[in-house]
Structures are given as C-alpha cells and as structure tokens.
Write a protein that binds this ligand. Structure first.
Ligand code: MG
Ligand code: MG
Length: 250
C-alpha cells in the first residue's frame, strides 16, 4: 500500500532531509585517510542528535550503529568499526537515515579517498549519473518501471554489475514503504507515480559481477568478486510536474 503524503507531511520530510544533508556535509569534512568508520559513526550520531533528530538506522532490525559505512567491495550495510580505517585509494559509501518528528529521510553517497584508480572513479561517476537518470523519469503519469528502465538502460553499456537483490523504496513514517523501486526493469510497468508520493531511488552498481554475498555478521553485503561497488541515493517527493529532492547535496 502506498502512503501518499500531505503538504504538511512533506514539509516535515523536507526538514528531515535538510538535517540529513547537513550531517552529510559534516561527515564530508572528516573524510580523509586515517579516520575510522567508527569515528564517522560518532560524528554523524552526535550531529543528528544535536539537531533534535534520531539516526533511523540505529537499532533498525538490530543494526548496531547509526550509519552504514561501506568501503570498497562492501556494497551496502557496512557496520562502522574502529578497525576499518580509510586509506588512500579507497572508496566509501555512506548511507544516512534521519528520523525527525516521526518521519524519515534516507540518502547515500559514495566518495573517493585520496587518489583513486580512474576505473573506480568512472564507476562512481556512472552510478551518480544513473541516480539522476532515474530521477528524470519521476513525474506523475509515469510508472515505477520507467525509473527502473532509465537506470538499467543507462548503466548497461558500461558492462557493470547492477545489484538485483536490493532496491529503492517508498519512505515516510517508516523507513521502507511501498513501492519497491528496482534498478532494472521494463518501461510502463509497475505502480503509477503520483503527486504526494515520497520515494528513495538508489542504484547500487558493481565494477565487476552483479553477484553479492552476505557476511557472517548478518549485515555486511559484499561483491562476490571483491571488486568495488558504488551507491548513490536521494529521497524525493513527487510534485505535480516532476520531483523535489528532499536530501540535497549542500
Ligand atoms: Mg534507501
Ligand atoms: Mg539509504
């Protein structure tokens, strides 16, 4: 069931998204070789609380930390750890969730640390662009499959692996609502996009194989071939003629 939001609800989600955006900016200031993912978690946790909000991922289905920090071959859901220290040439995907006045915001971004190999930088560039290709398909009258198709058809020529087991989603009072928004699919299929929907679009794209595996910690998802993976996500509200990004890059 899709929960359509009122203007008042979207205003709260806009505020949640702004807190998320400010948190991301704060984290970006600390992204350099030598910092641990646990330190990043603490920075985000304290910052979010200082804004009168709460980190959505903390204790979500038992997730032990406040943010997801996924380094190199980790696709998503990396658990912050003091032993994971960023080094020159790494990439890190940071997935952030913020709950504010009962509503959630959700957005992810992948960053290069220091000097990153050109083929990996290209993966980041293409995955970010894939997010925006998906967003271009967001308008009332289109369908969820139009978003999926826009992402898949853009990424395919590069030969990258499109992760199939994870997807975008609706969002609101809960972190994951209908509809499910796959990163592959056929145009003019799936749920109708309508004004008042709030959704997250989030391509997860691998340099090599699309295949993934879940680690023993029950959270960390890695590429099967250990090649790097990128993840870009925005939360948007569907407007009468398109969309509004609620988690802007500041
Ligand atoms: Mg999401
Ligand atoms: Mg996310």
């Amino acid at each position: 069931m899709i929960n359509y939001k009122s203007k008042r609800e979207i205003e709260i989600m806009r505020q949640a998204g702004l807190i998320l955006a400010e948190t991301r900016l704060e984290l970006e200031r600390h992204l350099k070789p030598g910092i641990s993912t646990l330190e990043l978690d603490k920075i985000a946790h304290d910052f979010i609380l200082s804004k009168g909000a709460y980190p959505s991922f903390k204790d979500y289905e038992g997730f032990p930390k406040s943010i997801c920090t996924s380094v190199n071959e980790v696709v998503v859901h990396g658990i912050p750890n003091k032993k994971v220290i960023l080094k020159d040439g790494d990439i890190i995907s940071i997935d952030l969730g913020v709950e504010y006045q009962g509503y959630h915001a959700d957005s992810a971004w992948t960053y290069p640390i220091g000097n990153v190999a050109p083929e990996i930088l290209k993966l980041l560039e293409v995955t970010e662009e894939a997010l925006f290709r998906g967003l271009e398909a967001v308008k009332p009258g289109n369908r969820v499959g139009d978003i999926s198709y826009a992402i898949e058809s853009f990424v395919k020529p590069y030969g990258y692996g499109i992760v199939k087991e994870l997807a975008g989603h609706g969002i609101g009072r809960t972190l994951h609502e209908d509809p499910l928004i796959l990163n592959f699919g056929n145009p003019n299929t799936g749920e109708l996009l309508q004004e008042g929907m709030t959704i997250c679009i989030e391509p997860m794209i691998n340099l090599g194989t699309a295949n993934i595996r879940l680690e023993r910690d029950g959270w960390t998802i890695k590429t099967l071939d250990k090649k790097p993976s990128a993840h870009f996500e925005h939360m948007v509200a569907i407007t009468k003629d398109g969309y509004e990004i609620l988690t802007p890059k500041l």
